[in-house]
Design a protein around this ligand. Structure first.
Ligand code: ZN
Length: 343
């Protein structure tokens, strides 16, 4: 795995606590874009190129995580979830608490099944009944290490499966952030292109709302992850997206409550992919939204498309993706930007 990609995936960025990842993306974008800034809301905005059209690219830099809510007298931490995380993926996961002085390692603990009564065992375990164990013997000791309000994320674990597939925490949407950097590096079109690493997507597409209002682009492309369907227990009609089969062109999100793609942009993506022989798949999803859903209905409506990377085990401690799909997204975005510049 490329060092930059690994750094981006492993960096911390729970919604509202994106400083660490923002700094990395700011420094990377600064290498190829003359103008880079961090706005009031925390979005990193880079600008490159000149032309009659303004085009916005967006990828969110926040990741699903937790915040410390309470410290018990025995020294265990209660937490809230920030972003959609299924409680079933939490027990025994290693987490990192971004405490003021230094990072603190913790384990999400639960009552052992051996001690559960029959009825208890049938119930779904809820996050409210879990705790983070940081190895302290009491509240006083724990308070020296962490504070209420500290952000908590899954422990960084980026790596490679069978030499081909990449995995790590925060794949949603750090692969999109990586694509943004690569696109801006290679970009040379006659348009004013803005790359925005947005904040707080996982809690309501917030950074996309403020940044697209400010930029007021003519067109926009969001780059995000989507649900892969190529693992046991997912039927093909639930998701037919496969890792390694190319970039996913999103048509409709959350059964229409999210983005419904602009027809001109949808056709542009498909025609451009065909012309340039870029592998692609069509993505129609019942659940899940991207920054595109917010951008497309901001101001008087902004024509927007979404390019997605199929990802397994999204919103858990470890997602899995194929880097070739990311490369397809980068190429398709670059070729499409060239066409959009002429619109
Ligand atoms: Zn996402």
């Amino acid at each position: 795995m490329n060092d930059l990609l690994r750094t981006i995936i492993n960096a911390a960025g729970v919604p509202g606590y994106e400083n660490e990842i923002a700094k990395i993306l700011y420094d990377e974008l600064k290498k190829t874009c003359r103008e880079v800034s961090i706005d009031t809301f925390g979005n990193v905005i880079a600008r490159k190129g000149k032309g009659k059209n303004k085009i916005m690219l967006a990828a969110h830099m926040d990741e699903v995580g937790f915040v410390v809510k309470h410290i018990s007298k025995e020294g265990f931490l209660s937490f809230i979830k920030v972003g959609g995380i299924d409680d079933r993926v939490l027990p025994a996961q290693r987490v990192v608490i971004k405490a003021k002085k230094k990072d603190i390692l913790g384990i999400i603990g639960t009552k052992p099944p051996h001690l559960l009564k029959d009825e208890e065992r049938k119930q779904l375990l809820k996050y409210e009944d879990m705790f983070i164990d940081i190895g302290c013997k009491n509240k006083e000791e724990a308070e020296k290490a962490v504070s209420i309000g500290d952000a908590v994320l899954f422990e960084p674990n980026a790596g490679v499966l069978n030499g081909k597939l990449y995995y790590g925490k925060a794949i949603d949407d750090r692969v999109g952030c990586f694509a943004l950097i690569e696109i801006m590096k290679k970009l040379s079109v006659d348009a004013e292109v803005y790359a925005v690493a947005t904040v707080q997507e996982e809690v309501g597409l917030k950074g996309a709302r403020t940044s697209s209002y400010k930029i007021n682009p003519d067109f926009a492309i969001a780059i995000d992850t989507t649900i892969a369907g190529d693992t046991p227990s997912i039927r093909e009609r639930e998701s037919c997206l496969k890792l390694g089969s190319g970039v996913a062109i999103t048509i409709i999100e959350a059964s229409g409550r999210g983005l419904i793609v602009n027809e001109r942009i949808r056709n542009l993506f498909v025609e451009t992919a065909k012309k340039n022989r870029i592998p692609y798949q069509m993505d129609v999803i019942d659940g899940g939204m991207t920054d595109g859903a917010m951008i497309y209905m901001n101001r008087e409506g902004i024509p927007t498309g979404v390019l997605s990377i199929p990802t397994r085990y999204i919103h858990s401690a470890t997602g899995v993706f194929n880097i070739q799909d990311v490369e397809c997204a980068i190429t398709l975005a670059l070729e499409s930007l060239e066409m959009m510049a002429k619109w």
